[in-house]
Design a protein around this ligand. Structure first.
Ligand SMILES: [Zn+2]
Length: 471
């Protein structure tokens, strides 16, 4: 009797101080998790976006069609305050892209232009190749011989490694982001990079390179892995390699675009917002099934599940489908600017943008007093074989910028083992979606979103000293 009373007192203490999740929230979360796992509508949403809209690069007709699609989907799901929030987005068109080795022996290379690349002249450019591993080794080369890359095609050979947490991408992506401009500064004629991905086919992966008013640019393209291997073998043999590259890509004036937003208003604290994000745009080569129709499917399906609950969660769930994540991040910037006055009302943000496979880890970045409650949310995910992971969450490209305002960030890290086989390539198509794994991701996102929206105390803001993003 005494123990029971003490237990009750202890439970009451947790609940009253906001330290834990009340039993009613826990049991509702368990039902939500179970229902999503036994079959969600997420794959159907992904299919609709891929098949009925297709590629949707910022500035393209596909981007505008995606906005119309998203508005219709949100209204169809019964979300409230559905709107397109206007912003300006860049417009870059791919055009023709071909390359060939002209010496020592003529042969075609499978290439794709990097986003933001300028064109070559219409007849193309032809130059000798100089090979280097990455930006650091380029600088080492230039330190020995400042004219080493002048008028040459710089080939960055660094290989991305396959990792379940996708960390190989972060280690290699600098050859794509900074590689072209660093070579341009040293007088290079053009840049080829080994494709930043883990595929072994001849479908190279595109992605954005650094551009801007003060940034020196040269035409830059990714080489498929087998073609990069070929160049490396020829380099090892000490052969003089000459390549011709034709790119007709171009940057046009910015055009109108939109972030698409819909909400489920909270039943008790409607001003407090739980942000659930994904990005609506994609690269142009595939149909962006994994990147990021899958994320769109997960967040829209999560909203649908929460909208069908007998009682609405206390706080507002806001679904944000960001524009232009891929080649500019203007959607994220526009959201921050437009919603600055209500930043303190954002109680947490979660973004889904690492493919369509199962979630393997949950992490967060919030004030220390939220540890007990968030640990309880993590425990609710363990039947999905999701572990609570340290270090802390970083939030993803579209919501990472909310960190400086102290908005607590949540990460559901998916298994990225096969993601970078397809990411940003012509092979990012709907057939790569595994509905069972996607349902597990929905179960995780819906469990987390519901708990945060309905827990007694909102998560504490990120402490001041942690608001600066790590480099
Ligand atoms: Zn993405």
């Amino acid at each position: 009797m005494m123990t029971k009373a003490l237990n009750l007192l202890w439970l009451w203490g947790l609940t009253a101080s906001g330290a834990g999740l009340p039993p009613a929230v826990r049991s509702a979360a368990e039902r939500i998790r179970q229902a999503a796992l036994s079959g969600s509508g997420a794959a159907g949403i992904v299919q609709s976006l891929c098949d009925h809209v297709g590629p949707r690069l910022a500035g393209s007709a596909g981007s505008r069609a995606a906005v119309a699609w998203a508005l219709e989907q949100m209204r169809g799901l019964g979300l409230e305050n559905v709107r397109a929030e206007k912003m300006r987005e860049p417009r870059w068109e791919r055009g023709v892209e071909t390359a060939e080795i002209v010496a020592p022996a003529m042969q075609p290379l499978a290439v794709t232009a990097l986003g933001g690349s300028p064109a070559t002249s219409p007849e193309g450019l032809e130059a000798d190749v100089v090979s280097t591993e990455n930006v650091e080794s380029l600088h080492a080369l230039l330190a020995r011989d400042p004219s080493a890359v002048r008028d040459r095609i710089v080939f960055y050979s660094e290989k991305m490694t396959r990792q379940s947490d996708g960390s190989g991408y972060g280690k290699t992506v600098n050859i794509r982001w900074a590689g072209p401009t660093e070579a341009a500064r040293a007088g290079a004629a053009a840049v080829l990079i080994r494709t930043v991905g883990t595929s072994s086919n001849r479908l190279p992966h595109t992605g954005v390179m650094k551009t801007g008013p003060e940034i020196p640019l040269v035409p830059a393209a990714a080489l498929s892995a087998p073609d990069a291997d070929l160049l490396e073998r020829l380099v090892r043999e000490g052969k003089t390699i000459r390549v011709r590259l034709i790119l007709t890509c171009r940057t046009l004036p910015d055009v109108a675009g939109s972030n698409v937003i819909g909400e489920l208003s909270g039943s008790e604290r409607p001003r407090e917002i739980v942000l659930l994000g994904a990005h609506l745009d994609s690269w142009d080569l595939g149909t962006g099934a994994l990147d990021d129709a899958a994320g769109v499917g997960v967040v829209l399906e999560t909203a649908r599940i929460l909208s069908r609950l007998p009682k609405r969660p206390k706080r507002t769930l806001r679904v944000v489908l960001f524009a232009n994540e891929e080649n500019g991040g203007r959607g994220a910037a526009a959201y921050r600017d437009a919603h600055r006055p209500e930043m303190s009302e954002h109680v947490a943000a979660l973004e889904m943008d690492l493919g369509a496979d199962r979630v393997r880890a949950f992490s967060w970045l919030a004030g220390g007093t939220s540890e007990p409650a968030l640990s309880e949310v993590a425990a609710l995910l363990s039947p999905l074989e999701i572990t609570a992971k340290k270090p802390e969450a970083s939030g993803g490209a579209d919501i990472g910028g909310l960190r400086e305002f102290g908005v607590p960030l949540l990460d559901l890290s998916q298994d990225a083992s096969r993601y970078f086989d397809f990411h940003h390539s012509a092979d990012d198509t709907f057939d790569k979606i595994d509905p069972k794994q996607l349902d597990q991701a929905v179960a995780a996102a819906a469990t987390v979103a519901y708990c945060i929206a309905d827990m007694p105390e909102r998560p504490a803001p990120i402490p001041e000293e942690k608001r600066k993003a790590q480099e």
